[in-house]
Design a protein. Structure first.
Length: 275
């Protein structure tokens, strides 16, 4: 019981992806209507217009994720569109904090704010969540076998910044220069989660920094990055797959990466150039 409560708490604070539903969420989602034009899209009664907007962008969003993960989705995709805040709140604890979520059994939900208040974020947020869904189809919903920074960094990278878009790279670089950034564990612990709060970061800053680190790893050699990501999707252990690809652990490479960014800015640059 205690382990279950701890896991649920960790899931709650992990951000948009690791969400546990209310007990009746499955029954609630079963009442959603299926969009005739694309049966992968389900919607709350009255939200057909929103569902049609999702259907229009879903093929491109899925293709973007498959390209970023280097393989097709392992199972059929279903996107649930809430037309009311009450609908989203029934299924997603802490709903006001989120625009979208992937909950248990890899069920993807979109909040009405993506259609009403933040329509420009619909495509990138959909891609971000589809990345979580894609990985979840192979490994289980937001698997603890992969660290949170990798989950969120990958989803934001695949979505070209989606999910990390509320913090600019320049904002992240300023925080890093001030020593405010995450660091992976020396060895990943698959029994626990470390989220933004562990390093005193806001969630969106954590997502941006994680994305930047993964983009750096990919830039070191996409063939190796691709190989590692495919191995992870085939259930390889995270530390082993990472070290085999990059010749060192995630902590070592992250320290080098963030130190390099810090010393690309004053006063570090001035100190480095001093006699």
């Amino acid at each position: 019981m205690r382990a279950g409560i701890t896991a649920a708490a960790a899931l709650f604070f992990a951000g948009c992806a690791a969400i546990e539903p209310h007990r009746d969420a499955g029954d609630d989602l079963s009442r959603f209507e299926v969009l005739a034009a694309d049966q992968r899209v389900r919607y709350e009664a009255g939200a057909r217009e929103y569902a049609e907007r999702v259907a229009a962008i879903l093929p491109a969003a899925m293709a973007q994720v498959e390209a970023g993960h280097y393989r097709p989705f392992a199972a059929p995709v279903a996107v649930h569109v809430c037309g009311s805040d009450a609908c989203f709140a029934r299924n997603v604890p802490g709903a006001p904090r989120f625009t979208a979520a992937v909950i248990y059994e890899n069920r993807l939900l979109l909040a009405p704010r993506l259609f009403e208040r933040e329509p420009e974020r619909l495509h990138p947020i959909l891609v971000h969540e589809l990345s979580h869904l894609h990985l979840g189809q192979s490994l289980g919903h937001y698997t603890m076998g992969i660290p949170v920074w990798f989950h969120e960094g990958l989803a934001s990278l695949v979505a070209s910044g989606g999910g990390a878009d509320l913090v600019s790279e320049e904002d992240a670089r300023r925080a890093i220069a001030a020593g405010e950034h995450f660091l992976p564990d020396g060895a990943h612990d698959p029994t626990g989660r470390k989220n933004a709060g562990q390093w005193g970061l806001k969630t969106t800053m954590f997502y941006r920094q994680s994305m930047m680190f993964l983009a750096h790893l990919k830039a070191l050699g996409e063939d190796g990055f691709r190989r590692m990501l495919l191995e992870l999707q085939n259930r390889a252990r995270f530390d082993e797959a990472f070290a085999a690809t990059f010749g060192g652990g995630a902590l070592e490479l992250a320290r080098e990466f963030f130190s390099g960014l810090r010393c690309a800015r004053p006063p570090c640059t001035a100190a480095a150039g001093a006699p």
